[in-house]
Every structure is written in C-alpha cells, then in structure tokens.
Design a protein around this ligand. Structure first.
Ligand code: PLP
Length: 401
C-alpha cells in the first residue's frame, strides 16, 4: 500500500521542485469548505486570507461546484476564434452588475491591468490625440497592480522591480491620496490615472475621504481616464459591491478579477463604455483562455450567488459587529486597526510574522503584508459566531500575559 504523504512530505517535495518565489506558511491544505481550511492531518483553521480576497463566497460553494462541473461536461474551451454560449451571458451579468456597457475578459488580474494600460494608450493616440509613444499614465506610490514586467515598471517597491529591468516607460508615481500631487503631475500627455480605491497589498490603506471624488473631477477636467483597479476590493470585500461606491465615483475603466469567479477559476475583466472600449479592434489584444465557457459559467454563477445570498450585505453587517470588537483589542505593539468591510489591517510596530505563527496554532490563518501588517480578510459568507472565533484567537495571542 502506498504511504499517505504527511504535511512535511508535501512541503519537502514542494521546496525541492518548485521555484522559491513565495514564502508560504507551512500549512498544507487538503480540503476547504466555507470559511474553513483543513490540513493533511485533518486540523481545521479559519481562513482570514480568502486566497488574497479571491474566495469571497467561501471555499467550495456548492452552487459554484455545480456550475463548474456541469459546464465542464458540456464545453470547457473553444477560444475566441469561435463564439460560445456562455460568454454573452457572462457579459450581460457583469455589465448589469457594474453599469459599464462593454467587457474585455482576461484571466489574471495582472493581465487585466496590462489590458487597461493598452486600452488607455490606444485611447490616448486615437481619441485624445496625444503624439504616438508619448502617453503618460499616473499611478500611486505603494501601489500593487500585479507582477508582469510592465506592471512592476510602475511599482514603487524596489523588491518587486530591482532585477527585472529595463522597465517600461510612460508612468509617473504620485503619493497615494494627494490630490495636489495628482494635479501637478498632469501634462498634456497624461491619458489615465490608475489607482486602487483602497490599497490592498500595500496594507489596506484607505485614501483621505473625498479623494476619489476629487480625482474623478480632475480627470474629467483634463480629459484623463480614471481607471480603478478593484481586483482585490471588488465584489463586496469592502462592504459595498465596489469600493468606489463609498464615494459614488463613476470610473471610466473598471478592472476586476479574483472573486469574480468566486475564486474557482482565474477570471478577470476590464470594463468601460463603448466610447473607450471601441478603440480596440480585432488583433489588438487577446488570450487563448480568456472568455472560455468554463470561466464564464462559473463567474456567472458567482455573481448570481453574490446577489441571491446577499453576500455584500452580510459583509457590511459582520464588519460593523467585528470592527467594534476589534477596537477593544489591547496590546502596545498595535499601532493601528483600520479597514472597510472585511478588508481589515492590524498594523503593528514590530514584525507581524511571529503573531501570524501564533494565530495559526490557535486555528486562524492570517498572512502578513509589508512585514508589520496583519490582514484580516475572511470569506464574506462568515457568520457572527465565526467572527467571534477570529476575535477570540486574536485576543488570546495579543493579550496573553
Ligand atoms: C489590486 C490588485 N491588482 C492586481 C493584482 C494582480 O492580480 P493577479 O495576481 O491575479 O495577477 C492584485 C493581486 O493581489 C491586486 O490586489
């Protein structure tokens, strides 16, 4: 009989054969359900990562399992050389949800951001009238928009870009949330402002109130596209369907990913109205897998579940309950607790990893970001009792004598 592999076996094999471009917690997940993760030895953990906010509807949601497996037996991939029955229905669902009327499907978040950059540049040259190859896009300090070579070119994190030059030109970085800096950075060549409404990987950084609205006005005044990256903040994570709804902003370009498929499949999309999207012509852009029937079927179902199960409302309700409790958490090393919805950061004035390790022992999976920040982002299907469990774990670790 074959020996059953242990967590240690899996870790050894992974470390031996895989590139070391991540430093994961030594937790090997075999099974997951709702907010819970189960390791190889059968231990149960509450997931406060939601796989970087991609599993907002919880792990292995039965309706998504059904949609995925049903479609898998019908047709999985036909490529955009042909048409398929799922793609238009996916477009319909997504445009109704977002209010934008054209969609360009992609697979990963990074690809969707690349797509938005191409869209802004082509719009710059063919609509705004900027001289070819001189368009500029303004972005923010501390941004995270993905890991592709162009996207890291406008990262402010040295570690993300240091050995990966030469970098793509055409980007200007301004401080996040500084409207004057934004105005000062604009030139006649500026075609777009690309921003996360809340910086996620940057540590759940919320811009000053009114910033997004002001940015929208400045964009309009200067004929600049406002491009919001809601890949991490979208689909209810912040307690509203999209984070930009807090300021009733209407972006020209909306970029989504991660939880659009409930985390079942890599799906992303760029949305815009036709006056912008129609600059793309056949041959301008594409991807073999983008818009495949399997991706579309599971994403359609994920958006339906989001509505039918009132996931955004649940997030808002649990968030106000949980944030009140969190405020009572006491430890001198806690510099700040902030967040919107279930997109929460506990910022420490010392390294966060040892706390994450302790939390793991209590049955809570959290991952640090920027070394001193613990991000709490459980699936949005969480109940009050499960939120209490998170709080009890935090209390035990942060308030132990
Ligand atoms: C705001 C934002 N944009 C883009 C990305 C990149 O998405 P992906 O990892 O799917 O390429 C991420 C991933 O964390 C993100 O948070």
């Amino acid at each position: 009989m074959l020996k059953k592999l242990t967590s240690a076996d899996y870790i050894e094999l992974e470390n031996k054969l895989g590139a070391s471009n991540y430093s994961p917690l030594d937790l090997v997940i075999e099974k997951a359900e709702g907010v819970w993760l189960y390791d190889v030895e059968g231990n149960r953990y509450l997931d406060c990562t939601s796989a970087f906010s991609s599993v907002n509807l919880g792990h292995c949601h039965p309706k998504l399992v059904e949609a995925l497996t049903k479609q898998a037996a019908i047709s999985t991939q036909v490529s955009r050389a042909l048409r398929n029955t799922q793609l238009p229905l996916f477009y319909e669902e997504l445009t109704q949800l977002t209010g934008k009327n054209k969609v360009l499907p992609m697979n990963t978040g990074g690809e969707a951001v690349e797509t938005a950059v191409k869209l802004a540049r082509k719009w710059a040259y063919t609509v705004k009238g900027i001289e070819k190859n001189t368009a500029e896009i303004i972005v923010c300090n501390n941004n995270f928009h993905g890991r592709t070579t162009t996207v890291i070119s406008f990262s402010s994190q040295q570690a993300y870009k240091e050995y990966f030059g030469p970098h793509t030109p055409g980007f200007k970085i301004i401080p996040f949330g500084d409207i004057q800096a934004f105005k000062d950075a604009i030139t006649p060549n500026t075609c777009a402002f690309l921003i996360e409404p809340i910086q996620g990987e940057g540590g759940v950084i919320i811009p000053p109130e009114g910033f997004l609205k002001q940015a929208e006005i400045v964009c309009k005044e200067n004929n600049i596209l406002l491009m919001l990256d809601e890949i991490q903040t979208g689909f209810g994570r912040t307690g509203k369907l999209f984070a930009h709804h807090y300021e009733e902003v209407n972006p020209d370009v909306l970029i989504v990913g991660k939880s659009i498929s409930g985390g079942f499949y890599p799906v992303s999309a760029v949305l815009a109205d036709e006056s912008i999207m129609d600059v793309f012509k056949p041959g301008d852009h594409g991807s073999t897998f983008a818009g495949n029937p399997l991706a579309c079927a599971v994403s359609r179902k994920a958006m339906q579940v989001l509505r039918e199960e009132k996931i955004v409302e649940n997030c808002a309700e649990i968030s106000s309950y949980f944030m009140e409790k969190l405020k009572t958490l006491k430890n001198p090393c806690i510099a700040e607790i902030r967040g919107r919805g279930l997109f929460i950061a506990i910022e420490l004035d010392e390294p966060a990893r040892p706390y994450c390790d302790e939390l793991l022992k209590k049955g809570l999976v959290c991952k640090e970001t920027h070394s001193t920040i613990i991000r709490i982002a459980p699936p949005l299907v969480i109940t009050k009792e499960q939120a209490d469990f998170i709080f009890d774990c935090l209390k035990q670790v942060f308030e132990k004598a």
